[in-house]
Design a protein around this ligand. Sequence first.
Ligand code: PEP
Length: 249
Amino acid sequence: MRRTIVAANWKMNGSTEMVEVLVGGVKSGLSGLDKGVEVVIIPPALYLRDVQRHLSGSEFALGLQNAACWQAGAYTGEVSADMAADVGCRYVLVGHSERRQYFGESDEVVAEKVERVLESGLNVMLCVGETLAQREAGEAEAVVARQIRIALAGVAAQQWEQIVVAYEPVWAIGTGRTATAADAQGMHAAMRALLAELGAPAEKLPLLYGGSVKPDNAAELFAQPDIDGGLIGGASLKVDDFVRICGAA
Ligand code: PEP
C-alpha cells in the first residue's frame, strides 16, 4: 500500500495575513479528511513558522521549497536542509522546474541537493518533467529518465523510503494545460519501471502528478493506478479548490 500525498506549493506567494486565512481555511475544510491522505504545506521559507503555528494540533506536514547544496556556512541568502529539519519540516522540494529554469539548476546540482536532504533525514520531493519542445520531439520519457537517473544516483538502499517523485510536465505548470490522465499514467508507469531498475522499492514509492491540477480534473488523475497524489501550485492558494483536490485523493 503506497502513501497518498497532496502537497501545496505556494511558490513565492503569501503574507502574514494570507497565511492565517489560507491555513485556517484549509485546516477547517480538511478536518474530516480521510486520514490516509498526507497533506503537505510548502510555503515560502520565511512563513514556515507561521504556518506551523496555525497548523498546530493538526496532522499536516510542512515542506521547504528549495534547499542549498550546503548544510551551513558563508552562503548568504541560502537555507539548508538541516535548517528545515530543525524547524520541523518533513519534506524538501528539489529540482522544481522553476528552479531549473530561472536559477539554472542542472541535474548535477539537483543531485547534490538530494544528497543534502537525505543526510538531513528529511524526505525529498523530486520534481522532474519535460518541456513542450521536448515532448513534441518525442523525448519526454528520455528526459524524465535522465533527470531521475542523475538526481537519484547517490541514493543508498536504506534511503529510498525518503524519496517521493513528482512528474510535472513543464508545459502544464501554471498554464491551465494538464496532461491527460492517460498520458500522465503512462509516464508514471515508465518512472516506476525505471525506479525498479535503479534498485528502489518502486511499488512502495509515491509518485505525484503536478501541472494545473484543479478540482475538476483531480479525481480522474488521482484514479490512475500509478498516480499517488498531486503537487499543487496555483490551486493551493484557493482554500476551496485545495480542499476539494485533497478530497479527490
Ligand atoms: C507547481 O508549481 O508545482 C505546479 C504544479 O503549479 P500549478 O499547479 O500552478 O501548475
